[in-house]
Design a protein around this ligand. Structure first.
Ligand code: BGC
Length: 359
């Protein structure tokens, strides 16, 4: 049964939805915990709008980039802030791949390639609010067969749970009535000193990854698995994010910073394990990321243009936020050696990511 969302959003949204639909159908949901954390979400894109975390002195800051109104999201150069991304997060080369001998053709929304679910990606639709209370909300969306070229009718849920241990947990689930490919993530842009407070170069990052997947000039994985050892990509011992981001390195030059999929070290497939830790020496805030996914896409917001003025009234500039997108490897449908992203009818895709804050 659909519950009434706790609060009407004061903002409109789009897709197959007109602006008017969006005005009437979008809503805000507010979660809070006993530690003083507050999370605001919207059903527009099953999206984190705001994530307020105390620091060691008890000062509160919003640690994710975003806007105060849906028109902010609609006008933004970056449509993905905080949103659920899919059906296939990141890139599929030429928007095409073969599925059981059949050629599949998806939207090409970034040059020749398919990025983040294409023109009708999950970030740009209104999800239904299935259930809601003070510490959880579950969104559901059904993507009809052929939208953006994906086979089958796909039913998706994204559930956010905020507990009293500083954790925001995200559970993703999906089923399809035809075989398809799936890869869901969340695209929050974090700055642990507070959104809009400048470079994240001094945040320290630990990544539990011995290798990453290098990309070609179109940001498509070449298919190689590259060891991080003795390279700027080695975060196995924590170091400032900015320490090597200007190093002379072909991969950093292609992406203008970090924008790469790291292959997570796992004790067993699909286990929920610590994948990343970010520490902000200035505020004392720490973010730990656990995930069941095989990869994490570490992105230093290289493409933020500065044209977008965020809710703090300051331009969102390159490298003033980081993303840790827990997911399968980009372009897996064309890379038989990467872990499978197939979803068969009768199966349920399930992944979990935990963002754990301490201060
Ligand atoms: C991609 C970037 C892209 C960004 C868009 C990231 O997941 O890897 O290349 O610019 O999303 O928001």
């Amino acid at each position: 049964m659909t519950k009434n969302p706790s609060e009407k959003a004061e903002f409109p949204v789009s897709e197959n939805f007109t602006d008017n639909d969006i005005q009437t159908k979008s809503c805000l949901i507010k979660l809070s915990n006993e530690q003083g954390m507050r999370v605001v979400l919207t059903n527009y894109g099953a999206r984190i709008v705001s994530l307020i975390v105390p620091d060691e002195k008890g000062n509160l800051a919003d640690v994710v980039l975003g806007y105060n109104s849906i028109s902010g999201y609609l006008k933004s150069d970056e449509p993905y802030f905080g949103a659920t991304i899919g059906p296939y997060a990141n890139r599929i080369a030429k928007g095409s791949f073969e599925l059981n001998g059949r050629a599949i053709k998806l939207d090409q929304n970034e040059g020749d390639n398919h990025l983040h679910g294409g023109k009708n990606g999950l970030h740009d639709v209104i999800w239904e609010v299935l259930a809601e209370d003070k510490q959880r909300v579950k969104f559901e969306y059904t993507l009809k067969e052929s939208v953006s070229g994906y086979p089958g009718n796909l039913t998706l849920t994204t559930e956010f749970i905020l507990n009293n241990r500083g954790e925001l947990k995200i559970h993703y689930q999906a089923t399809s009535d035809k075989v398809t490919v799936i890869n869901l993530t969340n695209h929050a842009y974090f700055n642990l000193s507070g959104a809009g407070s400048g470079s994240i170069g001094n945040h320290h990052l630990y990544l539990n990854a011995d290798a990453f997947t290098p990309v070609d000039p179109e940001m498509i994985p070449t298919g190689e698995i590259q060891e991080v050892d003795q390279s700027p990509f080695d975060f196995r011992v924590e170091k400032p994010i900015g320490k090597d981001w200007n190093a002379e390195d072909e991969q950093l030059a292609i992406a203008d910073g970090f924008d790469h999929n790291f292959i997570l070290n796992k004790s067993s497939k699909d286990s929920l394990e610590l994948s990343a830790r970010v520490t902000d020496p200035e505020s004392g805030r720490v973010l730990e990321v656990e995930t069941t996914a095989p990869g994490i896409h570490f992105y230093t917001a290289n493409a933020l243009s500065g044209k977008d003025i965020g809710r703090e009234g300051v331009p969102y500039l390159p490298r003033t936020a980081f993303c840790l997108e827990t997911q399968h490897f980009p372009d897996s449908p064309n890379k038989p050696l990467f872990p499978s992203v197939l979803l068969e009818p009768g199966q349920t895709y399930k992944t979990t990511t935990v963002f754990r804050f301490s201060w």
